[in-house]
Design a protein around this ligand. Sequence first.
Ligand code: SF4
Length: 252
Amino acid sequence: MLSMIFNIQKFSIHDGPGIRTSVFFKGCNLRCAWCSNPESQSTEPEILREPDGDRVCGRTYSVRELMDEILKDRVFYESSGGGVTLTGGEPFLQSEIAEGLCSELKRERIHIAAETAGNIDEKIFARLAGMIDFIYIDFKHYDAEKHLKYTGADNKLIRKNILWLKDNHPQFVVRIPVIPGFNDSSEDAYGFAKALSEMGIKQVQLLPFHRLGEKKYEYTGKDYLYKNVKPLSAKQLEEYSKILTEAGVISK
Ligand code: SF4
């Protein structure tokens, strides 16, 4: 079996502890309007029309090929307390190959992290999540209808998978991407605070909206709806964060 990967990024320092290799799985079952990796969404390879010329984005790798790349940087994982992060796209959509990769990483005693949007069948989610040391899972909106309107799916599976993590996983963080016009009002902050308190979640991080993926929309020929949207100010974010902190759901 082969994986479909669109990037293998060495020396990542933002996707988990220490120095990491981030493996970007291609394909996602959400279509978030603000997505900063539009080239990650399709499960097929695609042509990016970049300024330096056309580039094919996405290719297949076997577990062995992925491990060969990953093991080249083993010394850095060991010296920094790092490892490998499965990200995307949605790495849990390629669950069989991801499980095969996790088995090999475990055999080599390499720390595994993953970033997931959590819109995954509960059994598949639990099986793969159980092999991963540290999980970042998004909770994009507490309101199912709004979630559906802006991402293409409601939040039912995501809620269930967050609750599974709460009951079964020792190390995870729930991340809220704070997106202008979608979930950035103080009413939204109170809505998240209430929903997450009721779920018993206490380890939330905020991911402020940015436009770093803007150029990629040009390269993929897709429309970018957030072209002129400004990121939140530091003051707005602080006020938003304060509401969640006071509710006891933000991790310090
Ligand atoms: S879940 Fe992530 S990768 Fe998928 S569309 Fe949303 S922002 Fe993009």
